[in-house]
Each structure stands twice: as C-alpha cells, then as structure tokens.
Design a protein around this ligand. Structure first.
Ligand SMILES: [Zn+2]
Ligand SMILES: [Zn+2]
Length: 168
C-alpha cells in the first residue's frame, strides 16, 4: 500500500504536494479535467507533468459499475422484482458509490509525475511558473525597469510609453 507521499518529484525525489493545484473542494476537478495538467516541484523547481492514466482507468470502471447499477434499478422499477443477474446489476450501484468516495482519497496514489519535455505544452493550474514568465518575450520599461509583455505599448506599472526601436 503506497503512502500518501508516494507522489515524488522524479528529479529531486522530494514529495510533491497537490495542495498548490486548487482548494480542496475543487482539486478533484482540476486534476481530472485539466488538459495536460502540470505543476512545479516546490523543492527543485522542476516542471512536472501529471500522468493520470490509472485515474482514468479507475473512473472508467466506476462509470461501468454505475451503468450496470442503474440498469438494475430500472429493471426493478419496471418489473417490481429482479432475477439473479439483475440483482447483481443493482448491487453495482452501491459499489460504484463507495468506489467514487474511495477514489477521492486515493487520487494522489493513482497519479504519476514525469519531467516536462522541451516545447511540451502544459497547463499549470497554479499559474505560470516564474521561470517561464521571465523567459517570455517582452520589454523592460526604461523608467521603472518593470518587465512588460511584448504586446503592451505602455508600461503596465508606470504607463511610460515603450521606446520605439528598442528590441523591435
Ligand atoms: Zn524536485
Ligand atoms: Zn514603467
């Protein structure tokens, strides 16, 4: 049985917490529904991609169980009684419900992390890592020395106009 800290950074092997992804209530949705979900190791700064294959397999099984369970429920409603197979189907429903609850707590154990490859597009739920922001194209305000995005014509901080001819 893996411990809750089994999610480790592949570069520095420190435990990686999912707490930075989203508040507890929303975390499950962010983890399962964000495309190319990534996070940053808070120890070494490595950019990591969240691999969710096993989570999706577990969710698929639960979905199948609820499908059978609902079918059993419909048979019960229509006929008033169930044969042996339909009873088994109905039994799938509570199993699916319990499974869904267990999945919530087991989610970190079903995830894997790997280092993000060069040029790989990753969605960081916790916001763009600082290193990426610094590397993005842009210009430095000559007055206040703040960094501005490439498409800004005046400095976001002091509203100083961009010096034409510099960096263009
Ligand atoms: Zn690390
Ligand atoms: Zn400025």
């Amino acid at each position: 049985m893996p411990s809750p800290s089994s999610l480790r950074c592949p570069r520095c092997l420190s435990p990686v917490s999912l707490g930075s992804l989203a508040p507890l209530g929303l975390r499950g949705f962010v983890i399962s529904d964000t495309l190319n979900l990534g996070l940053e190791c808070e120890h070494c700064g490595a950019k990591l991609r969240v691999i969710r294959t096993r989570l999706y397999v577990a969710r698929g099984i639960l979905l199948a169980l609820s499908f059978f369970g609902l079918r059993g429920l419909v048979s019960l409603k229509n006929k008033g009684h169930l044969d042996a197979i339909e009873q088994l189907e109905l039994l799938c429903l509570p199993i699916a419900l319990v499974g869904a609850l267990v999945l919530q707590t087991l989610t970190p154990n079903l995830l894997r992390l790997r280092l993000v490859g060069p040029g790989e597009a990753i969605a960081f739920a916790a916001g763009t890592p600082k290193a990426d922001e610094d590397a993005a194209p842009g210009w430095i305000c000559p007055k206040c020395h703040e960094k501005n995005p490439e498409n800004f014509e005046i400095c976001w901080k002091c509203e100083h106009a961009r010096r034409k001819g510099s960096g263009i």
